[in-house]
Design a protein around this ligand. Structure first.
Ligand code: WT7
Length: 656
């Protein structure tokens, strides 16, 4: 079932880390939460929703009569931007720091809540002056700088819908997403700092829009950040400073219905075309706020919080922008990569800002573990008190290292399972309540109902199966942009009435959940989600390639790594050159088509692919090759000698 996350054998973990008496005494989350949610789940969520500011209070909690399409708090009205900013300023918290920005190049800036609000108001006025109105889509393709957050909040303040596209995606990926969302406005920058260099963003926008290939786009706003020379289309392109600086800082937030669309975020599915996951306002914000506060034990008046995710991913949406700001906490935003100028950078940032809550991904932890504790040991990390993990299973060894070396053997670790689709955390320990267990995400949060089922959909009470969500939850996706059928088919057709997450999971004797990784054709590379079909279609778009099959092979650092098998077109073999030439060329081609994150670790040129009699590629066998294991059962192959041909050629040393 698992694609080899390597943790399936480690579930006999007996180590337990109960919370300290000191932690319990000050913890935000109290054990009664579970009881309250158990007694009346809907009442529990309604109470959480009342923590927000509603321009018009809701009277209905959930309507699921048109399942799987749910509405939450439907007759209520709110403004999400107002909840993240105005509210704090009006309550006298305007002088609190909202953002400590640390540029990779050493620039620093801080924004108080009052300053951030003023910037968001100006930016909302600027966007409105470019014609943006409620319901319009805005594509945001930015470096990790405060203006990315400002652009998101200004968009939703107007009731418009953002679609943030990670800066590492190519022009081609950008174009597909802009067109699918039919975005009218694009927000980008002349560059951003990454790994000591200035990356380019505007050229990708220009390429995406060339030859009128994105007819919906009317305007492009460009932030000056990197100082790159940029191409310019008069009338379409505007400098951020030209439109924002002169705009008024007065802007009253209008209220929108709780089910008003908030954002679209594209993520990879099992087919070639990324899905535009749609989230709406009231339910999403309710669960973002509840989970952020309780899972990370946020005390906004004294904590300094840092989530290392980019706003291009769902983690950046929920746990950099919406949760933390609505909770009024002070947070660090860092523009660059952990190795710039050296591997000490993150730990120096924690020391500098006295970060107390830190949220990152297992791939980073494993990388630091390999580099050795000498690096983090150089910094004073004693301000830390809660550590979070997200994006992929964390192996117990990395978990223990994280707790010991980063957390000084005293910080609770919260391993949080969720997805772009779930909008917010679903399974996680609660610090101050749960005795944590290395490697397990453990239990569903209060108000969340999950299950593990077998192939037939029967509930599994011990052992392995498929992870499902049994009841609608406030921050659930409301659909796939423009494709309601795909929404039903992808998530709701496997097990009637249950949401199918696409992950394998196991439940142990204590009732704790262990996530085993994806069971579909989705890979998880460094916590980034990529589909095999998407990379295969990028490969076959190259004239040299006749056929391609992609698998995710277990990788010690990145969790999974992309390995591709390609068959060259017979008439192109000579032009393609040596296997290693063609492999390099195709790796670069994938980076250009999708983005550098999708670049295969390895490409193997083969003459055949293993297929069943019905023509389906048997990826399981290719994974055996990629992971250098004996080849499994080949009896269902149409041609049982194919694997001998493949392994024979590879053994002859003809790989990249
Ligand atoms: C997939 C969702 C949720 C934000 C980041 C990724 C995997 C996520 C965990 C975890 C084991 C995890 C799952 C999931 N995943 N968190 N704590 N333990 N696996 O969001 O890109 O939508 O990917 O990430 O496989 O389905 P995403």
């Amino acid at each position: 079932m698992s694609k080899g996350t390597g943790i399936e054998n480690l579930q006999h973990e007996t180590r337990r880390f109960p919370p300290s008496a000191e932690f319990i005494a000050q913890a935000i989350a109290k054990p009664e939460l579970y009881q309250q949610a158990q007694t009346d789940r809907l009442d529990f969520w309604a109470n959480q929703a009342r923590e927000l500011y509603w321009h018009k209070p809701f009277t209905k909690t959930l309507d699921y009569s048109n399942a799987p399409f749910a509405t939450w708090f439907e007759d209520g009205e709110l403004n999400v931007s107002y909840n993240t900013l105005d509210r704090h300023v009006l309550a006298g918290r305007g002088e609190r720091i909202a953002i400590y920005f640390e540029g990779e190049n050493g620039d620093t800036r801080t924004y108080t809540y009052a300053e951030l609000l003023a910037e968001v108001k100006k930016t909302a006025n600027a966007f409105a002056s470019l014609g943006l109105v409620s319901g319009d889509r805005v594509a945001i393709y930015m470096p990790m700088v405060p203006e990315a957050v400002i652009a998101m909040l200004a968009t939703v303040r107007l009731g418009a819908i953002h679609s943030v596209i990670f800066g590492g995606f190519s022009a081609e990926s950008l174009r597909n997403r802009i067109n699918d969302a039919e975005a009218e406005l694009i927000i980008t920058a002349d560059g951003g700092y990454r790994k000591g260099k200035v990356s380019a963003l505007k050229p990708a926008v220009d390429e995406a829009l060339a030859d009128d290939s994105c007819p919906s786009v009317k305007n492009v706003v460009v932030l000056k950040r990197g100082g790159n020379q940029v191409g310019w289309v008069q009338g379409r392109d505007h400098w951020w400073s030209d439109v924002v600086d002169s705009a008024s800082s007065e802007h009253e937030a209008e209220s929108f219905g709780a089910e008003h669309p908030l954002f679209i975020l594209y993520t990879s599915g099992t087919t070639g075309k990324p899905k535009g996951i749609l989230h709406t306002s009231g339910g999403y914000l309710t669960q973002a706020v509840f989970t952020h506060k309780n899972v990370f034990d946020v005390h906004p008046e004294k904590d300094v919080y840092w989530c290392t995710a980019d706003v291009g991913w769902i983690t950046g949406h929920t746990y950099v922008v919406y949760g933390p700001l609505a909770n009024g906490v002070s947070q660090v935003i860092y523009e660059g990569t952990p190795d710039s100028p050296d591997w000490g950078r993150w730990w120096q940032i924690i020391e500098k800002y006295k970060v107390s809550i830190f949220y990152t991904a297992p791939t980073a932890i494993r990388t630091f573990m390999k580099l050795g504790r000498e690096i983090p040991d150089k910094s004073d990390l004693t301000s830390l008190r809660v550590l979070g993990s997200v994006g992929e299973p964390i192996n117990p060894e990395a978990w223990i290292w994280y707790r010991d070396v980063i957390g000084g053997n005293s910080c609770p670790i919260v391993d949080t399972w969720w997805q772009t689709e779930t909008g917010a955390i679903m399974i996680s320990p609660l610090p101050g309540i749960t005795s944590t267990k290395p490697g397990s995400a453990q239990v569903a949060l209060p108000g969340i109902s999950i299950g593990i089922v077998d192939e037939e959909g029967k509930k599994v009470t011990s052992g392995g199966g498929y992870l499902t969500i049994n009841e609608p939850w406030p921050s659930m996706l409301r659909g796939i942009w423009g494709d309601p059928e795909r929404f039903q088919k992808t998530y709701w057709s496997q097990y009637p009435g249950l949401y199918f997450a696409g992950d394998g999971a196991r439940i142990d004797d204590d009732g704790d959940v262990w996530i085993l990784g994806r069971v579909d054709d989705v890979m998880n590379v460094s916590g980034h989600r990529l589909s095999t079909a998407e990379i295969e279609s990028a490969l076959v778009s190259h004239p040299f390639v006749a056929e391609a099959a992609v698998v995710g092979a277990t990788d010690e650092t990145t969790g999974q790594a992309i390995v591709a098998f390609v068959i060259l077109r017979a008439d192109q073999v000579a032009a393609a050159g040596s296997d290693s030439d063609v492999s390099k060329l195709l790796r670069d081609h994938v980076a250009k088509e999708i983005g550098p994150i999708a670049k295969p670790r390895q490409i193997m040129v083969v003459s055949e692919l293993p297929k069943t009699r019905s023509g389906k590629i048997m990826r399981r066998l290719l994974r055996d090759v990629a992971e250098d294991r004996p080849i499994g059962d080949v009896t269902t192959l149409a041609d049982t000698t194919v694997m001998d041909v493949i392994t024979g050629k590879l053994a002859a040393g003809a790989t990249d």
